[in-house]
Design a protein around this ligand. Structure first.
Ligand code: ATR
Length: 287
């Protein structure tokens, strides 16, 4: 580090176990870029002040995590259109008059799907859960030309509200259903994206749906959970012959997309793969 070292950082609360410093510092080291990345725990009352202070200090870029992805928006000078629709920002890029907000979580998921060979355009999806993560994913699928989206949630009202909102931009794409009513989905095979918190460490031995007939609908299963790296949902998908993916690549690629925005570079494929291996090792240590 020297006086010319660029600084990027994460704000959230808590941030002590974040894997983002590993992602960004490894990329900088491998690409020979003079940038460091660290994490700050910021209380909710201080988010706007923290962002303004960071701008005044010349901080190059920031990531924002739970619980500040919505609150941070009022501290920004510009917001990317998709991030605005999603209503959540996870990446801030330094602009002339303040930070501009983006949602690279969604770019992370897009690249994960690409790697898995899952085409969004023209495909129909099942999405489990209707919380903050689901919201971004439903917008991504709708805006990339998904044919239909079956949005399943334990509390159907939340799914209906999200469906109504997305359908106002992309008419009649999203159909909201109670989780237990998956039998109403037309028979067929669908990529399924699991966005609920069910199965997250330490409650690893549960999945949002456990009945075998549900898994007959699954062509590929994507669980956005990273810990554990093989969730009960993924195991049930595999048991029924469907390829299953965890959320580690989504996490990696949201970081890569942020890194590329901050440094105006393209992170090569082999470096992404190397960083993914480091992340897997780190998760095993913590799991
Ligand atoms: P996030 O921002 O990570 O999406 P969230 O907004 O709290 O988190 O949403 C959590 C999601 O997990 C919701 O869809 C929630 O369903 P409800 O809206 O019915 O609460 C879902 N979820 C949490 N616990 C669940 C459980 N035991 N069974 C089924 N769904 C569950």
């Amino acid at each position: 580090m020297d006086a010319g070292t660029k600084l990027c950082c994460l704000i959230g609360n808590p941030v002590g176990h974040s894997i983002s410093p590993l992602i960004h510092n490894s990329i900088s080291e491998k690409m020979g870029i003079n940038m460091v990345y660290t994490a700050f725990a910021v209380e909710s009352d201080n988010v706007v002040e923290a962002v303004r202070g960071a701008y005044a200090l010349g901080i190059n870029g920031m990531n924002v995590t739970v619980p500040h992805k919505v609150a941070v928006m009022e501290a920004l000078s510009q917001i990317d259109e998709l991030a605005q629709r999603i209503g959540a920002v996870n990446t801030l890029v330094r602009a002339e008059d303040g930070f501009k907000g983006y949602n690279t979580d969604i770019i992370g998921l897009m690249r994960l799907l690409e790697d898995a060979g899952i085409e969004i355009k023209g495909n129909s999806f099942i999405i489990l859960g209707a919380g903050g993560a689901s919201r971004a994913i439903v917008y991504l699928c709708a805006s990339c030309g998904a044919d239909r989206i079956f949005l399943l949630n334990r509390s159907v009202d939340k799914a209906k509200q999200l469906a109504e909102e997305v359908n106002s931009f992309f008419p009649d794409i999203v159909e909201a259903l109670p989780l237990k009513d998956y039998g109403r989905i037309p028979k067929g095979k669908y990529p399924v994206i699991q966005t609920t918190s069910v199965g997250l460490y330490p409650n690893c031995d549960i999945a949002p749906v456990e009945k075998d007939d549900f898994y007959e609908l699954v062509s590929e299963g994507v669980d956005i959970i990273c810990n554990p790296t093989n969730t009960k949902f993924m195991k049930l998908c595999a048991k029924h012959g469907a390829e299953a993916y965890n959320g580690l690549k989504m996490l990696l690629y949201q970081g890569v997309a942020a890194y590329e925005l901050w440094n105006n570079v393209k992170v090569p494929r082999n470096i992404c793969d190397e960083v993914l291996t480091l992340m897997e090792k780190e998760m095993q240590k913590n799991g």
